[in-house]
Design a protein around this ligand. Structure first.
Ligand code: PEP
Ligand code: MG
Length: 417
């Protein structure tokens, strides 16, 4: 992180904040939510890992704020991490009133204890996205049925050497142990190193275009044993904890990759899936489902690769928007394939945390939604207020919309009747 200033910030809202030109995933992971009440960056996209980790920590974060570093210390800044807005000229009384209203709205949702079920009784699994044992323990108190995305690479951002199988088993075990109990399960994602999550022991250096390079499952090819040792660690942790464990691979582009990965996972007695993050995987979802047990749609990368727009670029936020109809079309294709195969298709990208979009995703046939724990109640309460017919109408409206703004308005109209 190249620049820091301490500030007065009111935000979802806060009193002391941190301003920076850019923050890497490792920088953000080290922030203490008790000290840093909001984070503003000049650069970055809404689905950059900086933003994702801040959300996970419960720190209101707005990225890509032009002029953030010019803000004057001592001036109150109202930061709304939900709408992504920053107001440096907010009247102090108004700002405190909005902070209080936000707290009251959150407190009102505390009484929502799940499970998520439409008014006509269709159940949708809500799951948590976690980064390590600590976030898993915090998330286990939310009304979730388990973990839909354990980003294992985030455990190793500061590691120079690959942890041994035993060390890995202990680290993964902390997450699994937080979700023991009937009906609960954890989806562990194998290392998604590379691009904006460099891991010293796994990432290729000096790639010309790392987002399109050797990241995710592709790292296994030139790192003999890396994937096997991780799978051994996961399997050992699963045996020790007794928690139902599913394992999925990131950045899968071909059916052959999916089949090869699934065989290695099943050899260890675990349930195997792949992420749908590359458009080729969505287009071939039916064939992917012939070789795996489940799919999980990573809308952050699926959006980046469908729209050919870097998820880290603040100038491209209008394209890196999961409401883009082309992205929604690929999600719908994947969900329909899941329904036809009778297999689970979840969404674990940030799109799952948007209550309005969640309604449309369920209408497309998605069976689970995984998100930062803070988003679970707003999403669950919204889904429990609509019928499955409304979800289907919302899906049709979003898919037919000309652009993201029209999609949001059309779905809002369907949901509010
Ligand atoms: C995604 O791409 O949507 C996803 C969940 O993976 P990550 O954000 O870690 O790339
Ligand atoms: Mg991804």
């Amino acid at each position: 992180m190249n620049m820091k200033k301490l500030f007065s910030i009111f935000g979802n809202i806060a009193l002391v904040g941190l301003l920076t030109s850019a923050a890497g995933a490792a920088d953000t992971a080290g922030l203490d939510p008790a000290l840093v009440l909001a984070l503003l960056t000049e650069k970055g996209g809404a689905t950059s890992h900086t933003a994702i980790i801040a959300r996970q920590l419960g720190i209101p974060c707005v990225v890509g704020v032009a002029g953030a570093l010019e803000l004057v210390p001592g001036v109150g800044v109202l930061v709304d991490g939900t709408t992504g807005t920053v107001d440096a000229s907010a009247d102090a009384d108004d700002a405190h009133a909005r902070v209080a209203a936000d707290r009251a709205a959150r407190a009102a949702l505390d009484s929502w204890t799940g499970p998520a079920e439409t008014t006509d009784g269709v159940r949708i699994k809500l799951l948590a996205n976690v980064a390590d044992g600590e976030s898993a323990r915090l998330s286990s108190g939310a009304p979730v049925e388990g973990v839909g995305l354990f980003r294992t690479e985030l455990c190793f951002l500061d590691r120079r050497d690959e942890p041994t199988v035993d060390e890995q088993a202990a680290i993964y075990g902390e997450v699994l142990d937080a979700f023991t109990g009937p009906g609960r399960y954890v989806v562990v994602r194998t290392l998604d190193a590379g691009s904006d999550k460099p891991i010293a022991f796994a990432t290729l250096e000096d790639e010309e275009n790392p987002a399109l390079g050797v990241r995710g499952l592709r790292l296994a090819v030139n790192n003999p044993g890396l994937l096997e040792r991780q799978l051994d660690g996961i399997a050992a942790a699963a045996r020790a904890s007794g928690t139902e464990t599913w394992v999925m691979a990131p950045m899968v582009a071909t059916v052959a990759e999916a089949a090869d990965f699934a065989a290695r996972v099943r050899e260890r007695g675990l349930k195997a899936g792949v992420m749908v993050e590359v458009p080729s995987a969505a287009l071939l979802a039916d064939r992917m489902l012939e070789v795996v047990d489940f799919l999980s749609i990573g809308t952050n990368d699926l959006t980046q690769y469908t729209m050919a727009a870097d998820r880290l670029a603040s100038d491209l936020a209008h394209l890196t928007d999961p409401w883009q109809p082309a992205v929604l079309q690929l999600i719908a294709t994947t969900a329909v394939a899941g329904q036809q195969a009778g297999k689970s298709v979840g969404v674990c990208g940030e799109a799952a945390a948007d209550p309005l979009l969640a309604v449309a995703l369920v209408g497309m046939g998605v069976t689970s939604l995984s998100m930062a724990a803070a988003a679970v109640r707003p999403v669950g309460a919204q889904l429990s207020a609509v019928s499955s017919e409304t979800c289907r109408e919302a899906a049709a409206a979003a898919l037919a919309a000309a652009d993201p703004m029209a999609g949001r308005e059309a779905v809002r109209a369907v949901v509010t009747g």
